[in-house]
Design a protein around this ligand. Structure first.
Ligand code: 8X3
Length: 244
């Protein structure tokens, strides 16, 4: 495996993170993957030979341990994050907002800061951050997640400007509705409420987004895909969905 470029994927225990790890491995990358639920990444170790490491992106010490020994990294996929709750602003729990800000925003900052030297050292680094349509269009019940993903978007766009002239490309992929554990987490474990989100329509799959991750990661060195908005054919904006 020596000589293969290295990709690091956060939030790799399920969904878009796990799918991206598999797709990047198929595209020729070695993998270091992280998530809090280490045991759920074991299939990635077994199937891909991925280096599976515990990672809590909100904890600077955990990020430091996770990144230890990574001296050259070609691709970082900032995927860890998610939404909690759908309460209106009047009723939202500030603790949920804090968690969303810490996982989506500070988590992305921690990991990116830690791996930037290795990304630069590779001579062709790529930071690919998974945003959301929620970072482009706010909607009722979404304010905490909207705020966090708008912040992620600002982060990614600023990083792109700040790294201009350095050998690191910066990209953001903003998916709309993707059927993963995302909605189960958002609805605090209520699987029925989560299933209703996708009722009568065909959402994107984690593999669809992973496809975009690989495409972005494998463009020629002079091409930077700045932003992608990626929606199911049945969805035309944050709240406009065609259901049969
Ligand atoms: C998830 C998309 O529409 O639930 O990031 O905000 S949405």
């Amino acid at each position: 495996m020596a000589g293969r470029p290295l990709a690091v994927v956060t939030g790799a225990s399920s969904g878009i993170g796990a799918a991206s790890a598999r797709a990047l491995a198929a595209a020729g990358f070695d993998l270091v993957v992280g998530a809090r639920r280490v045991e759920r990444m074991q299939p990635l170790a077994d199937e891909l030979g991925a280096d599976v490491r515990p990672l809590d992106v909100t904890d600077a010490g955990s990020v430091r341990d996770f990144c230890a020994g990574i001296e050259r990294c070609e691709v970082l996929v900032n995927n860890a994050g998610g939404a909690i709750g759908t309460e209106p602003v009047a009723e939202a729990d500030p603790e949920d907002w804090r968690t969303m800000y810490e996982t989506n925003v500070l988590g992305t900052l921690h990991v990116t800061q830690a791996l930037l030297p290795a990304l630069v050292a590779s001579g062709d680094g790529r930071v690919i951050t998974i945003g959301s349509i929620a970072g482009r269009e706010p909607y009722p019940g979404g304010a905490g997640y909207n705020a966090a993903k708008h912040a992620v978007s600002a982060f990614s766009r600023v990083l792109r400007m700040e790294l201009l002239g350095q050998p690191v490309r910066v990209s953001q992929i903003d998916p709309g509705m993707v059927e993963t554990e995302f909605s189960v987490t958002r609805f605090r474990g209520d699987a029925d409420a989560a299933a209703k989100v996708y009722e009568g329509m065909t959402p994107l799959s984690a593999d669809d987004v992973a496809d975009a991750v690989v495409w972005v990661a494998t463009r020629p060195k002079h091409v930077n895909i700045d932003q992608i908005l990626m929606l199911a054919t049945d969805q035309s904006s944050a709240r406009v969905v065609h259901r049969r």
